[in-house]
Design a protein around this ligand. Structure first.
Ligand SMILES: [Fe+2]
Length: 412
C-alpha cells in the first residue's frame, strides 16, 4: 500500500514538473527570440554605436541580458556550467556592485570586440545551458531556479524596450535619419474627446497584491488617499503641444521649475525630443524614420520638466502615481498602456515598509529610489505582457529618449 501511494504520488508529480519545465522552456525561448527579432534589422555597425551615456549599444543589451542569466542562474545553479568567456562579466555587468567590477557605462560604445557574431555565440552558449538546466534540474532546484528565470526574462524584456529607445536615439543623430523599420506604424490612440472623468475620492489599495510576478518596487500593497478630482481620459496630444509652443510654452520661465528651465536653456529645448521644423512644418524622428507630426497622436519624447510646464500652462496638474493607478484600476482612462509611458508627479520612493531583497538582486530597484520620477502604463516599445497596473517605471526628470508622454488631472 505504501509503495502504491508513493508510486501514485510520483506519477502525479512527474507530469506536473514536466509541464512546468515545458512552460518555462517556452517562455525562456520566446523572450530570448524576441530580443533577437528586435536586433535583426540592425547591422553589426548599428549594434556598436552608443549615442549618449544613458543609451547602450544593441550589442551590449544582447550580451548584458545574457550575462544576467549566466551570473545569477547558471554559475550558482548549473554544476557543470562553463563560463563562455572570463572577460565578459567585466564588460557586461551593468551596475551590480555585488557581482564584481564593471566597464564604465559611458564607454560601452568603444567596445568593437567581441563583435556581434561573438555576442550571438555567447547567447547561444547560455541558451543551451539554460535549456539543459530547465530540462534536468530536480524538483528542489526547480523551485529555486524558476523564479530566477522569471526575473531574468522580465529583465530581458526591459532591455528589449531600451534596445529600441536607444537605437532610435542613435538614428536621430544621423543626418540621413535612418528608419529602424520603414513599415513601422504608430499605434493609434483611442478616438474620443478630451474628457475629464471623476476618480472616486477616498482610501484605495495600491501596489501589487503579491500573486504572480511583480518587481520588488511594487510592494508592499498599501492604502492611499485620493482627493476629489478628475483625470484626463485621453493622453495629451501633439495638437495640444502645438498650442503650448505657440503660446510661448518654451519661452515663459514662470511655467517651469527652476531645474527644468535651466535644462531647457542648456539644451535649447523648443519642442519635444526628435521634433524638427522645416518650412513651418514639424516632423519627428520615429522608428519608421522621419515622419510628419500627427496632431491627433499623443505627444511623446517629452521630459518630466516639459510635462510639468505643460500642466501648469494648461491650468491643471500631473497625477500622482497613485491617482493614476486608482483611475486605471477603475478603468477610467484610455490608452493607459501601449503608446507612451505617462509621467506622474510622484518621486520614485520606496513604498511603506519596503526593503530591497538580499544579495545582488537587491540592487535591481531599491538603490535607484532617489532623484527620479515615476512613470506609469507602458509604451509602444514595451513587450507584450510585460506591464501591469502596479508597474512603476522611473527616469530622471530631464530624460526624453524614452517613449514618454502625459495625461492631466484637475482637482474639484
Ligand atoms: Fe539590466
Amino acid at each position: 500500500m505504501r509503495s502504491r501511494t508513493t508510486s501514485l504520488r510520483d506519477q502525479g508529480a512527474i507530469p506536473g514538473l514536466r509541464a512546468e519545465r515545458q512552460r518555462w522552456l517556452e517562455r525562456f525561448l520566446t523572450v530570448r527570440a524576441e530580443t533577437e527579432a528586435r536586433a535583426a534589422p540592425l547591422s553589426a555597425e548599428d549594434q556598436i554605436v552608443q549615442s549618449m551615456p544613458d543609451a547602450s549599444p544593441t550589442k551590449w543589451h544582447r550580451a548584458h541580458v545574457t550575462w544576467f542569466f549566466e551570473t545569477f542562474l547558471l554559475v550558482p545553479h548549473a554544476p557543470d556550467y562553463r563560463i563562455f568567456d572570463e572577460r565578459f562579466p567585466f564588460l557586461f555587468n551593468s551596475y551590480y556592485v555585488a557581482a564584481g567590477p564593471r566597464h564604465a557605462r559611458p564607454q560601452r560604445g568603444l567596445i568593437t570586440r567581441p563583435n556581434a557574431a561573438q555576442v550571438s555565440a555567447y547567447r547561444k552558449h547560455v541558451d543551451r545551458a539554460v535549456v539543459r538546466l530547465i530540462e534536468s534540474a530536480d524538483r528542489a532546484t526547480c523551485d529555486v531556479i524558476f523564479p530566477i528565470i522569471e526575473i531574468g526574462l522580465n529583465h530581458e524584456q526591459q532591455h528589449q524596450e531600451l534596445l529600441l529607445t536607444d537605437i532610435l536615439h542613435a538614428f536621430a543623430q544621423n543626418p540621413i535619419a535612418p528608419a529602424y523599420d520603414p513599415d513601422w506604424i504608430m499605434p493609434a490612440a483611442t478616438a474620443g474627446d478630451a474628457r475629464f472623468v471623476e476618480v472616486p475620492a477616498g482610501v484605495h489599495l495600491v501596489g501589487h497584491d503579491g500573486a504572480g510576478f511583480h518587481f520588488d518596487n511594487e510592494r508592499p500593497q498599501h492604502r492611499t488617499l485620493t482627493q476629489p478630482m478628475r483625470i484626463g481620459q485621453a493622453l495629451v496630444t501633439n495638437a495640444q503641444w502645438f498650442d503650448f509652443i505657440a503660446d510661448g510654452g518654451y519661452t515663459t520661465p514662470s511655467l517651469w521649475l527652476s531645474d527644468g528651465w535651466a535644462m531647457r536653456e542648456a539644451q535649447d529645448w523648443a519642442a519635444p525630443g526628435y521634433w524638427r521644423q522645416r518650412d513651418g512644418v514639424w516632423s519627428s524622428m520615429t522608428l519608421g524614420g522621419l515622419r510628419a507630426v500627427d496632431p491627433n497622436a499623443p505627444v511623446m519624447h517629452v521630459s518630466y520638466y516639459e510635462a510639468d510646464a505643460f500642466a501648469r500652462w494648461a491650468g491643471k496638474h500631473l497625477p500622482t502615481e497613485f491617482e493614476w493607478e486608482v483611475a486605471a484600476r477603475h478603468d477610467l482612462i484610455d490608452d493607459a498602456f501601449g503608446i507612451v509611458w505617462q509621467w506622474t508627479r510622484s518621486a520614485y520612493l520606496p513604498y511603506p515598509g519596503y526593503r530591497a531583497p538580499e544579495g545582488a538582486i537587491g540592487e535591481y530597484n531599491g538603490k535607484f529610489m532617489i532623484n527620479q520620477m515615476v512613470l506609469r502604463g507602458s509604451s509602444l516599445a514595451t513587450p507584450e505582457g510585460h506591464a501591469r497596473l502596479s508597474y512603476r517605471n522611473f527616469f530622471y526628470p530631464a530624460a526624453r529618449w524614452q517613449f514618454t508622454g502625459l495625461r492631466l488631472v484637475e482637482y474639484v
